[in-house]
Design a protein around this ligand. Structure first.
Ligand code: ADP
Ligand code: ZN
Length: 536
């Protein structure tokens, strides 16, 4: 452990060198640090591994007073503080796991001005006691990490974050930073608003992780597919770097345990990790994963946030993530060191059915469920794209790019089928309903009409008399859902309102006239016999 020292007023570059051992700031780090030291607020969007910590830690060290860091994960807090202390920084945390004497010591140090960084869990900042206590000391900066958690519509909402906006009034004049590695344009806006950062400068780095290769396939026999992927990857990597470390994400605890066992039975050094395991087992498995080469951690998404292992060579999903944000964040744990890495996924119809059921049964109003459904559809659109995966992914975060040459669809063009006629049937159904009856519907009812289903709603509305009624019976419901998702993804269809009713997008005119081709991905989720059948 280095001796603790006070860095107030020290040149930021010297701090960077002394504390972190880096010679230069990377990307936007330098401008962010300078802006915040000058007293400005900042919103920082930077991908995982981009180096967000430096952006708030250096200003906290250089400005007089203590930097307050709001961080949602206690485990992460421990690790960061330990690492800082080891590098001679006067850092500490306050959280519920501490014994009273330990807490009292941290509080004394803060009030005496002997701390440069103080990590606090968001729920503590909801209490008047904590706020009053903080006001008795001196804050240099306020950093809100994982700031997307304030977004009620995002994938990772934490109610305690809503109270953090109040920090603006409680501590006027203290520069604040909101940082995240995942934000769509909507989340970005919501973050800025809710955290009361109207004057902030926005530093938006590219979210691209060029060293990560994206690969997505449909499930046939997921565990066998996973083993095949790991073996292929391992044999390529082993020749140069030795056995590779990876993370496999599964949705349920049971699936985690079974998969870990299966992999172990195949001679892969796999360990399970989920919240239901005894704390000692989790700690032991995590520490093996961090310290040794070649360990594959099979985990629920509870694992990984804040795990700083730079050489994770692959992240595999054997279940479909609930949102693109989640997928991006989880895959982002691969290749923080910048070396070639792979994000691999297998998804299946069962995933989609299960997730739709969970959405239906979730508490929350109609518009909330519609939002969750849209998250899922965006995820499926990524799975079903015939274009570049990375382009789709970055586009979701509002970033324009060209085909990457380093994803499965760029490397081998996917097989397609001609979706013009089904697309026309669907679009003209929407047009008829709109023109003749002034009506708009969501995917479910439109599919019922096209497949000629005799539901109560169809009969009540007299939709069985439409000329397109039953015209699409050759496709299964799942095939139709896939057609609709792919049309949504290309803007040929747009979803509106709290029910997600479908309307025509701009390119629809060309499709109706037969001038725009509609190639659709063949390797998607459909029932056997349907056009979407998985072909070997
Ligand atoms: P994030 O929180 O954005 O995921 P971190 O702050 O954990 O990123 O940094 C990611 C990695 O990059 C770490 O291994 C860190 O040591 C390294 N890093 C950060 N800034 C620099 C820099 N200026 N020069 C070299 N390496 C850096
Ligand atoms: Zn690509």
């Amino acid at each position: 452990t280095a001796p603790r020292r006070d860095f107030t007023g020290v040149d930021p570059r010297a701090v960077l060198h002394e504390v972190y051992g880096y010679d230069t700031f990377r990307g936007e780090q330098g401008s962010i640090v300078e802006h915040v030291i000058g007293g400005g607020d900042a919103v920082v969007l930077m991908p995982t591994g981009g180096g967000k910590s430096v952006c708030y830690q250096v200003p906290a060290l250089v400005r007089p007073g203590t930097g307050l860091v709001v961080s949602p994960l206690i485990a992460l807090m421990h690790d960061q503080v330990d690492a800082l202390v080891a590098n001679g920084v006067r850092a500490a945390y306050l959280n519920s796991t501490q014994a009273p004497p330990e807490r009292a010591a941290v509080e004394r140090a803060y009030l005496a001005g002997e701390l440069d960084l103080l990590y606090v869990a968001p729920e503590r900042l909801n209490t008047e006691t904590t706020l009053r206590f903080l006001a008795r000391g001196r804050l240099s900066v306020i950093a809100i990490d994982e700031a997307h958690c304030v977004s009620q519509w995002g994938h990772d909402f934490r109610p305690d974050y809503l109270a953090l906006g109040a920090l603006a009034e409680r501590f006027p004049g203290v520069p604040r930073l909101a940082l995240t590695a995942t934000a769509t344009p909507a989340t970005h806006r919501e973050m800025t608003e809710r955290l009361q950062l109207p004057q902030a400068r926005h530093f938006v780095s590219s979210f691209d992780r060029p060293n990560i290769q994206y690969r997505i396939e449909t499930k046939t026999d997921p565990r066998r597919q996973l083993v095949a992927f790991i073996r292929r990857f391992d044999s390529q990597a082993r020749s140069t770097t030795g056995p590779v470390s990876g993370i496999v994400y599964a949705l349920s605890r049971k699936s985690v345990e079974q998969t870990a066992e299966f992999l172990a039975g195949q001679g892969i050094d796999a360990l399970p990790y989920h919240a239901g395991l005894p704390a000692e087992t989790r700690a032991a498995n995590q520490s093996r994963f961090l310290r040794e080469d070649g360990v594959v951690m099979v985990a629920t998404i509870a694992f990984g946030m804040g795990i700083d292992k730079p050489d994770v060579r692959f992240v595999a999903h054997i279940d479909l993530p609930k949102s693109v944000e989640g997928y991006y964040q989880e895959t982002g744990r691969a290749g923080r060191d910048g070396e070639p890495s792979v994000a691999w996924m297998a998804y299946g119809l069962g995933d989609v059915v299960q997730q739709r059921r969970m959405i239906d049964q979730s508490p929350g109003d109609r518009s909330f469920k519609t939002r969750l459904g849209q998250h899922l559809d965006a995820m499926l659109a990524l799975c079903e794209t015939i274009g570049c995966r990375r382009q789709n992914l970055l586009g979701y975060f509002g970033e324009d790019s060209g085909p990457c040459g380093n994803c499965d669809t760029c490397l081998e063009a996917p097989e397609t089928w001609d979706g013009l006629v089904p697309a026309q049937k669907l679009l003209s159904t929407i047009v008829r309903l709109q023109r003749e009856r002034g009506q708009a519907f969501g995917a479910g009812h439109l599919i019922d009409i096209l497949r000629g289903a005799s539901t109560e709603r169809v009969r009540q509305q007299g939709h069985d008399s439409l000329s397109t009624y039953g015209l699409g019976a050759d496709l299964s419901e799942q095939d139709w859902r896939s057609v609709i998702r792919q049309l949504l993804a290309r803007g040929i269809l747009v979803a509106r309102g709290e029910y997600g009713t479908l309307a025509l997008g701009e390119p629809a005119a060309g499709v109706l006239k037969g001038e725009t081709a509609v190639p659709l991905r063949r390797d998607v989720l459909g029932r056997s016999g349907g056009v979407g059948r998985v072909r070997k």
